[in-house]
Each structure stands twice: as structure tokens, then as C-alpha cells.
Design a protein around this ligand. Sequence first.
Ligand SMILES: Cc1cc2nc3c(=O)[nH]c(=O)nc-3n(C[C@H](O)[C@H](O)[C@H](O)COP(=O)(O)OP(=O)(O)OC[C@H]3O[C@@H](n4cnc5c(N)ncnc54)[C@H](O)[C@@H]3O)c2cc1C
Length: 465
Amino acid sequence: MEQIKQQTDMDKRILIIGAGVAGINAATKLVDNGYPGELITVIDRGNDPHNRLPEEVMTGMLGAGGWSDGKLTYHTAIGGQLSKYCGEEKAMQLMDQVISNFRRFHPKPEEIFMSDPQEEPEFIKPYFGLRMFPVWHIGSNYLHEIAKTWYQYLVDKGVNFSWNTTITDIDFQDLIIKYKQGEDEFVALNAYDKLIFAVGKSGIDFAQQLSDTYKLPTEPKSVQIGVRFEAPQKYFQKLIDISYDFKLYQKFDNVSLRSFCTNNNAAYVAVEETYGDVSYNGHAKKGEEFRNDMTNFGILMEIKGIEDPFKWSRDVVQKCQTLKLDLGADWSEHGGGLYYSPSREISTTSEYALIKATKVGDLGVFKNAFGEYADYIMNFIDNMNSVFNFGDDWGMYIPEVKYLSPEPLVNYHDLSLTTYPNVHFVGDALSARGITVSGAHGIYVAEKLIQHSHLVELTQLLETE
Ligand SMILES: Cc1cc2nc3c(=O)[nH]c(=O)nc-3n(C[C@H](O)[C@H](O)[C@H](O)COP(=O)(O)OP(=O)(O)OC[C@H]3O[C@@H](n4cnc5c(N)ncnc54)[C@H](O)[C@@H]3O)c2cc1C
């Protein structure tokens, strides 16, 4: 029996790159099921929970989830792909496990609460649908404590952690990894048997680098592009009272539109620079001193059937860059994207600087850039006006864009690369966009690794009998 055990998959070394939500949930599921912690190594470019600083938003124990808003969404249509891989019922079950892990390591689990709007309000009909889904509120103030307790649990189970260690290259063929600690570079040969790649958003460039090197087959992605809408909060208050981060949506044949990432109370439009171009996003500040009683949200279109969505989106974004347009000196000197409003002026950032945008008097440049799709956005705004009656008291920053990085093609049953079956992609690295789905990816892979171990063990046992 002893000899058989040595040959089973329970003896495979599992390397997890990224101590974020996905990686940590995977490690937890493994050790909870008796996988020897000593065979699991978690590497992260950030700090352990005792040394992680508040400004380290994306790296360290629990990754981006560690300093997040702590809102655990509980619906398979929110937060990225999950049921696509494992079916609806299993997806909900996996999300339950993530939520229960946060509860388990929470210092005051009784303070976790769930908001669960039930009915679409009559007043948004017949123009819009409202996406409603339960959200568990962990309390962002507790995440740090959760991270510490969770970490200790894994350390006690024997899991190895390597902090402040950045993986810079992986040789999938020969199982070699290159990594940096400070300025020093190292190479580890025969570094793993199974690899869980969980680098999140902060590792997106690294994921792209690997995808290019290994010419990984990818899933086609749709375009997500639109504008950031801004208006005084009072017009939307009756909807905010029902759902703080409301998600209005409209669906047409090949285009669907939704409001995205709503900010209220102290809501500021934020400039994003991607690939050297300006686009817009928004954020809400905490603290009464920042209150401006504004609401902003993206109006994003998902357009199906565009041949090269990435190139098309970049093209649209570039056509909105005023520095690149021949619009006359008084415009182009401002730079940034476009701002259009029938009555308002450009707002300020939370640091009280003018938002980098150029105000345009008509919709010509916008319509030229977006083509026929500009009408969908204007129609969405007109419909909102019918419901919320904001008249001319609104503005929009153009464009807002989500460049969905190509998603590597994985085997749906265990999220392993179709070309390297011992490498599993999880979390935001596999186009998740939230804590619950990312954690669920991690648990899903861990379950498959455990099942596989038991299967190998059983087969070998039968063979020896
Ligand atoms: C400010 C903010 C607030 C958010 N609020 C919410 C919220 O309330 N609810 C919600 O559902 N989602 C929220 N999100 C999104 C959510 O945090 C992510 O979707 C989730 O954390 C993704 O999990 P992950 O494990 O895939 O990646 P992450 O949690 O980002 O973890 C990835 C880890 O990989 C490490 N890493 C990256 N590259 C390397 C490398 N080369 N070598 C070694 N380590 C590497 C990073 O240090 C990081 O710790 C928020 C995100 C942010 C930034």
C-alpha cells in the first residue's frame, strides 16, 4: 500500500502562481480534502497579510480581493464565466463554497449580510430590464483580518508560501520557471507537476506574454465599448434606493447594452490610459468631504459578430482621441477623449482637477467613431430620460472601453489548457471579473485534481489486486 501511495497523484507537486482569491481558494480546497500541504507552493509578487500595505491594491495575500469592496455577488450572469464550464447548478454550489470560506475566516461572521432585491420596479418598464442578484457584503474593513486568519490556516496545513517573488517566465514544455526576488533572478528546473495559473488583473501582461510565446488557442471575445454617463444623483435616487449598483439593460439582436459600475454620493469620473489612449471609468470616494451628489456609470454595449473586436475597439477609441484629431487648436490642446453635454460642463476629479477631456458641441465625432452603434447609446439615454426626467442635466465622457484580453482555450472539465493539460488557468486570468467567480474557478480545479488523484489511486489499487 505504501508503495502504491507514492505513485498516486496525491504526490504531485502543485505550484500556484498568485495568492489571490482564486489561488487561495484552490489551496484551501486541496488541503481541506487531505492533500498534503507540503506539496503545495503558492508564489506571489506581493506581501503576506501581515506586511501588505493599503496602497498595495492588487498584490499580496488574497490579491485584488484582499483590498476590494468585499461584495460577493451570487449569480452566474455576474462576474465572468462559470456555468459555461460546469453548468448552472455546479456553479452555484462552487460560489457557495467561496462564500463559506470568507465566512469561515471572518472575525465576525454574524455581521455578514446579504442584499437581495426581488422585483423589477414598475417605473423602469417598458424601457429597461434590471439585473437583480443577491450580494453578500463581507465588509471591506474585515478583509485584512480574514486574510491573516486564512493564511495561518494554510501555513498550519503545511502549504509553502513565497512572497515578493515575481514569476517572469514559464517553460510549459520543460516545467521550468524563472522568477525574480528583488533584483535577483533565479531559475527553477522541474518546478512543478501541476500548475495553477492565478495571476489576476495585475498579471494580465504576463498572461499575454505566455499566450503569445506558446501561441495558445483562444476563445473569441465580444466588443465592450460605450461611454461614461454622469448626472446629478437626485434623478436616479428612486432606483439607487432599490439597488445601489443598479444594472439596467436592453437587448437587441446583436447588441446588448447595460449600465456598468454605478458610483453614487461621492462619484467621480476617472481617466484610464490604456495603450496610450484616454478612456473613462468611474469611482466612488468614501468620506463626506468628497460628497458631490453625482451619479456616474458606464453605458456599455456588447456587440456580437465583429470580426476582430480588439482591433475594432482600439480603432473606435483612437477616433475619439482629440489630440489625434484635426479639430483646431482650441480643441486639441485639451487632449483626452470627448465630453458631450447639452448643458453641463466637464466635472472635476476627486483631486479637484478638471477631467482630461475635450468638450464638443455636437455628436459628430462620436457618431463618426462609433458608426451605427452611437444610436444605440443615444437611444439608451433617451429612454433613461423618459424614466428619470433629467432633461438636459447630463453629460457623457467618450469612450469607455473594456478590452477583454483573449481568453485562453481551456478544457471545460478542469480549466486546463487544451495544449498543456497540467496547466490550469483560473480567476481573472481566465476572464473572471469578480471574487466569487474567481474563487469558484480555483475550487473547481482543486476538486478535479483531487478527484483525479483518487481515481489514479483506485486504479493502481485494482491493478495490484
Ligand atoms: C479596488 C478593487 C475593488 C474590487 N471590489 C470587488 C468587489 O467588491 N467584489 C468583487 O466581486 N470583485 C471586486 N473586485 C475584483 C476582484 O477583486 C477580482 O476579480 C478578484 O480578486 C480576482 O481574483 P484572482 O485570484 O483571479 O486575482 P487577484 O485576486 O488579483 O490575485 C492575483 C495575484 O497574483 C499575483 N501575481 C500577479 N502576477 C504575478 C507574477 N508574475 N508572479 C507572482 N505573482 C503574481 C498578484 O500579486 C495577486 O496577488 C475588485 C477589484 C479591485 C481592484
